[in-house]
Every structure is written in C-alpha cells, then in structure tokens.
Design a protein around this ligand. Structure first.
Ligand code: SF4
Length: 318
C-alpha cells in the first residue's frame, strides 16, 4: 500500500479554495455568527454529547467561550503533556469544568521509544518510513514519484530533509498521537462525546485541505470532529479576545495594536515547550525563548532530555 498522491487528495476536496478565502474575508461579527451556527448543528446532531478540546492556548480559549456562550455545561478536555508553560498550567487550573487526561507515556519515554518530531509531523513520518526502507518514502527524499520519475513537489518539499534519514537519533511523527490524541480518543470512546477543536485552516496546508474535504463539521469522518473556527484568522482570534475581555494565559502578555494589526506582547503561541516542530523557522525559536522564560526547564531539556545533541546536529541555535 502506498501514499496517496496530490491528485488523489485533490479529488477528495468538497469545497474550493475560493470558498475558504471568501469566508476568511468576512467581518468578525459574521464569523462569530457562522461559528455559532456550526456549534449548534454539532451539538444538536450529537444531542449534547459533546466536549471542547482545550489546550489553554488562545484559539481553544476563544472556542470554549463561544461554545459555552450557547451551552454552558459543555466540558473542556485537556491532554496534560506536562509540557506547558507554568502560566498556561495556572490558566487551565483556573478554568471551570476542565477534565484533565494523562498520556500513558511521559515525553522522555516518547522520545526514547519513538523519537523526536522534526521539522514537521509530515516529514518526520516519512523519515521514519524511509529508515525502514519503505520504497515510496525513500523516493520522496530522492525528489521522485513512486515510479521513480522526477517530482518537483517531492524535490521542493522533502529532498532537502534527506539528511535526517542518517540522523544519530530517533525521528517519527508519533509524539502528538501518544501524548494528546490517544488520551483524547480514549476519553471520547468511553464517554461517547464528540469534540470541538479550535483549529484554523490558515495555519497549514494540511488544515486547509482538511476543511476543504469536510467543511467545519466532519459528521461522517472516521473521527467525527467539529472545527467551528476553521475560517478564522489569527487577527480575528485576537480581536475577539480583546472585544470580549477574555482572560488568556499570562504567557501571552497584552494584546496591543501595531501598524494596524493586533499582536501579543509576550508569547505568540503557547503549547509544548520542548517541541522541536518548526524550530528551524523562527528567531528566536521556542527553545531559545524557554531559556529566558523558564531557565530551569530549559536546562532540563538541554541537559537531561538530550536536546543539546539533537539541536547541535540539526544546526539549530539553542
Ligand atoms: S506538539 Fe510537539 S511535543 Fe507536543 S505532543 Fe505534539 S509533537 Fe509532541
């Protein structure tokens, strides 16, 4: 069995890119109204057996606020990876009706067993496949199609990461699954609840294509999920927080306007503090910022988790 080609994926898309662009251009008021409609549809379809996946980040905070503005009793579900900033943990603790789930492994066990996720989940997955000699993955890092013919897409997207196949540490995409998805899946299976997730399509090609396949409410997907903020942009999230006076984790600092755009004075994003995904793209990167914000945790990951060796090999400042 091989991977699906770009053409295979294109055939599965139900909505056009233009439709997404049109929704993304709506004023905030209209987005709020449309998101509430999607939230209502989901709630009614599952007869109230729903939950909100909550990370303590700004997107899921906005989502939780919207859902609870209609249905105050809906629980928030939090997969506790043990890798949040202290202020995010505090914020989650102060949020009412949050169910905390623990993964079966801690982060050290995950990297020892499955390896690091870098530079993205997608590339890490193919690196792991290529190391096991899976032919299509080997071809991708050669910049070729499965049949060996040249592929511009694979050349641009994967060939530059070919060196990762020989990295002296484990690499795979499994971390998020073990630490977040598996505990959430278990919870949803046990309770029968179907979850809302605060993902924005603008954040990645993968998320955009996921929306184009199902729209916001994926009723019939294998893993039924609702993403009512799909067509929001980061500016909408910040504007909503400001307008509604929502409390967010202290790590973000204040929301201020600069050159006509809203921004946070502290962290731009929260999430797993030891995550290597995307650390080659930002300056300073997440690990460098951690050194400033929580030096003890920085010392732990550099010295105890072996991140110094990994980042040095990857040539990423830390
Ligand atoms: S965000 Fe990164 S560190 Fe956190 S669970 Fe996913 S891969 Fe692991």
């Amino acid at each position: 069995m091989g991977v699906k080609t770009r053409e295979d994926y294109q055939k599965l898309l139900k909505y056009s890119k233009e439709e997404l662009t049109r929704l993304q251009a709506l004023p905030l008021e209209d987005k709020v109204a449309l998101s509430k409609v999607r939230i209502q549809e989901w709630y009614e379809y599952w007869q109230g057996k729903v939950s909100v996946s909550f990370s303590g980040g700004k997107d899921s905070t906005v989502l939780l606020h919207l859902v609870r503005s209609l249905y105050p009793e809906v629980p928030a579900i939090y997969a506790d990876t043990g890798m949040e900033l202290a202020s995010v943990k505090e914020f989650i603790k102060s949020t009412p009706n949050v169910v905390r789930l623990k993964p079966e492994m801690n982060f050290r066990q995950v990297i020892d067993t499955y390896g690091w996720v870098f530079p993205s989940k997608n590339v890490a997955m193919y690196v792991s496949d290529a190391r096991r000699g899976v032919p299509y993955a080997v071809m991708m890092f050669e910049g070729k199609h499965r049949d060996g013919s040249p592929s511009v897409f694979n050349r641009d997207r994967y060939a530059r990461w070919k060196k990762l196949i020989d990295a002296p540490f484990k690499i795979s995409e499994k971390c998020c699954h073990v630490m977040k998805e598996a505990p959430l899946d278990k919870y949803h299976k046990e309770t029968g609840r179907k979850t809302y997730i605060g993902l924005l399509a603008c954040e990645s090609k993968r998320r955009e294509e996921a929306w184009r396949k199902t729209g916001c409410n994926a009723f019939d997907s294998k893993k039924a999920t609702s993403k009512p903020l799909s067509f929001w942009m980061e500016q909408d999230v910040l504007a909503y927080i400001k307008r509604e006076g929502l409390k967010i984790a202290d790590a973000y600092g204040e929301i201020v306007e600069e050159k006509g755009k809203l921004k946070t004075t502290g962290e731009h994003r929260t999430g797993c503090i030891f995550c290597l995904i995307g650390t080659h793209l930002t300056k300073p990167n997440r690990i460098q910022r951690l050194k400033e914000i929580e030096p003890a945790k920085y010392k732990y990951c550099i010295e105890q988790l072996g991140m110094d060796e990994v980042m040095t090999w990857l040539n990423i400042p830390h």
